[in-house]
Design a protein around this ligand. Structure first.
Ligand SMILES: [Zn+2]
Length: 325
């Protein structure tokens, strides 16, 4: 593995090859070595495709799979509230207003909802079209490209959110370092990402939907993500685990395709057999949902000092030696 990248979190150079990953979603040509750091367990693609090359992994004609641009202005606040309200609810326990930056805002639903709720919102996204739409339709400060190139002022945000974004960036460490620069002391950082420590990841291997190569360059677990955040001056206050139903559907889709050699759209046009299979997977989902065995996690971290940890249930463990309880 001498050609590969050092670990972005611990700098380790010793990795184990998990498997040669292929693009299961769009079928784009190529094989991508997925490795696991022997030191901190970070799972990542190595060697890593560069930022320019990543452009070809997001087919423009299929971009609506990722972003429902039209919905941004049509969606009613009620519908937005149903989808985005739970996210806001968790943030409210730390802060109920201020300057918020959403990194990788995609269709802009979260930004729109938070703006309507009185927050002063800004966004940054790779997609020029989405940035233009957000600027025009929402009248907000939306910038195109990577966060590191966006040039926001020092200490200009109270809350920064990344909903399914940190796994896509070139260097999570550089991204977190930049977030540190542009946030005020005591700012809240919210990261939603997949949980590579979920037993599903080991059991399903290359059929685990959320490895999502080559668009997901990284898969974290609570411990290595905490290590990264702490080393950049953030203190993890809470980790909330969940297993979305959509993951069950996609896991079954991939299992069916590769191991049974059968096609079909499980999410939009499930057969009777598909429904039964997803139901079975959902039983497992119900068992692990909310535990550290879940396939996704949301990490709440506070910049500097001691975190104001909310008393609510669902708080995850922090690193050994921390006084959080
Ligand atoms: Zn490492």
């Amino acid at each position: 593995m001498s050609q590969g990248n050092a670990c972005d979190i611990c700098g380790g150079r010793h990795q184990d090859l998990l498997f040669m990953a292929r693009d299961r979603l769009f079928g784009i040509e190529g094989e991508f070595p997925l490795v696991k750091c022997q030191e901190c367990g970070l799972v990542y693609i190595s060697p890593r495709p560069g930022f320019e090359e990543m452009g070809r992994f997001y087919p423009q004609e299929d971009y609506d799979l990722y972003n429902k641009a039209a919905g941004m202005t049509e969606k009613s606040m009620e519908e937005l509230g149903r989808l985005q309200g739970p996210r806001k609810g968790r943030i409210d326990r730390y802060r109920t207003g201020g300057r918020l930056l959403d990194i990788g805002f995609g269709g802009g639903d979260f930004l729109r909802f938070m703006k309507e709720c009185g927050w002063d919102v800004s966004g940054v996204d790779y997609n020029d079209r989405m940035v233009e739409l957000a600027s025009q339709e929402l009248g907000i400060d939306a910038r195109a490209g990577q966060l590191e190139d966006a040039g926001f002022d020092d200490a200009s945000f109270d809350v920064v959110t990344l909903w399914g974004v940190l796994e896509h960036v070139q260097s999570p460490r550089e991204t977190i370092a930049e977030i540190r620069r542009i946030t005020a002391d005591g700012a809240l950082l919210v990261i939603y990402t997949q949980n590579a420590a979920a037993p599903e990841a080991r059991l399903l291997g290359e059929d685990w939907f959320i490895y999502e190569a080559p668009r997901h360059l990284y898969s974290f677990d609570e411990h290595n993500l905490t290590r990264l955040l702490e080393s950049e001056g953030f203190r993890v206050a809470e980790v909330v685990y969940e297993t979305p139903l959509y993951y069950c559907q996609m896991n079954w889709q991939y299992l069916k395709e590769r191991r049974l050699g059968r096609k079909g759209d499980v999410v939009h046009a499930p057969s009777v057999a598909d429904r039964a299979a997803v139901k079975a997977l959902s039983l497992y989902r119900r068992l692990v949902d909310g535990t550290p065995w879940s396939s996704a996690m949301t990490v709440f971290a506070v910049k500097g000092g001691a975190a104001a940890r909310p008393g609510a249930a669902g708080a995850g463990e922090t690193k050994e030696g921390s006084d959080a309880a």
